[in-house]
Design a binder for this molecule. Structure first.
Ligand code: ATP
Ligand code: MG
Length: 294
């Protein structure tokens, strides 16, 4: 499926007003998309095994969205096909006092995936140029005065792109997804959390109150995406009003990335081959002397 329109790598501008959250033309055949989603999950499972064995690259998936944007469900769905040992999910909440005593990248750096693993950031350092920008949180933080200038966000976009370049150059691929839902769809999902008893726990009054800043958030997303879209860490803006389409989209990009990496099981050296032969002989004959042979 042609998803290029939704990929931002710095070669075109992202205008949020031009992006519909439903992608009607792409979602006419739900059955087919669900089937392709399943297929992608199977492919991912197979490729992740090789990716883990190869152990040279890491993938960092960054998920950003307005509340109820569907990040959690997408993680659950897409990762259902992979070996949990190869995945590490981190949820970034309002920073703790310990986290606030450090620079804003610190808590994220601690959770970067190791080689062979897929790291998922459910929210990320982008919060510091999203909610952080909408509410000018830096003003209340313990930063020296010289760091509290109005240029702080331009500086952060630059720091983020430099950081992501560093990651790319050190074997970590960064994939960034913005689950783009409409304000109406968010309302529907909040209403569901109110109407369905076993969803009540998911509803937070502060999330509902945050709706009045919707336009500010949209502006912050648009700017952040334009300022941090690069070839080495592209943004994908997912039309996310339909959960099943958003999940398919995510799986499609992951499979594409795995194809690009083309992970392979490590080749067996002559020495290892010899050892394997000896192990077999030992297991068949239970003869300790086999390993003494040169
Ligand atoms: P859900 O979609 O289920 O609500 P969630 O990702 O919103 O999941 P929450 O428990 O609501 O999870 O906590 C996330 C909250 O933490 C968000 O409101 C987010 O804006 C806030 N947050 C995350 N990082 C930062 C940050 N660096 N500064 C300030 N607030 C942050
Ligand atoms: Mg929330």
């Amino acid at each position: 499926m042609k998803l290029d329109k939704y990929r931002f790598d710095g070669t075109k501008k992202f205008k949020i007003s031009e992006f519909d959250t439903k992608a009607k033309s792409l979602t006419t055949d739900k059955e087919m998309i669900l089937e392709n989603s399943e297929l992608n999950l199977r492919k991912l499972g197979i490729m992740q095994d090789r990716f883990y064995a190869q152990g040279t690259e890491a993938i960092l998936i960054i998920l950003q969205a307005m509340d109820a944007g569907g990040k959690d469900g997408a993680i659950k769905h897409v990762m259902s096909g992979v070996n949990p040992q190869g995945v590490q999910v981190t949820n970034f909440k309002v920073p703790s006092s310990e986290e606030l005593a450090h620079d804003y990248l610190w808590r994220c750096i601690k959770r970067l995936p190791e080689r062979g693993k897929i790291g998922i950031f459910n929210r990320s350092y982008y919060e510091d140029v999203l909610v952080g920008k909408v509410h000018e949180l830096y003003k209340g933080q313990n930063l020296p005065e010289r760091c509290k200038s109005s240029k702080i966000f331009d500086e952060r976009y630059e720091q983020i792109t430099n950081f992501e370049k560093y990651l790319w150059q050190n074997g970590i691929r960064v994939l960034k997804f913005f689950f783009n839902i409409s304000k109406e769809e968010q309302k529907k999902r909040f209403m569901k959390r109110i109407d369905e008893k076993n969803k009540n726990w998911k509803l937070s009054d502060s999330d509902v109150k945050e709706r009045k800043f919707w336009n500010d958030y949209m502006k912050a997303y648009e700017t952040a995406i334009n300022k941090t879209s690069t070839s080495y860490a592209p943004w994908y803006v997912i039309p996310a009003d339909k959960k099943w389409f958003a999940r398919f989209f995510l799986s499609e990009i992951l499979v594409g990335t795995m194809n690009d990496i083309d992970p392979k099981y490590p080749t067996v050296t002559k020495e290892k081959e010899k050892l394997i032969g000896q192990c077999k002989e030992y297991l068949v004959n239970e003869d300790d002397k086999i390993f003494d042979k040169k």
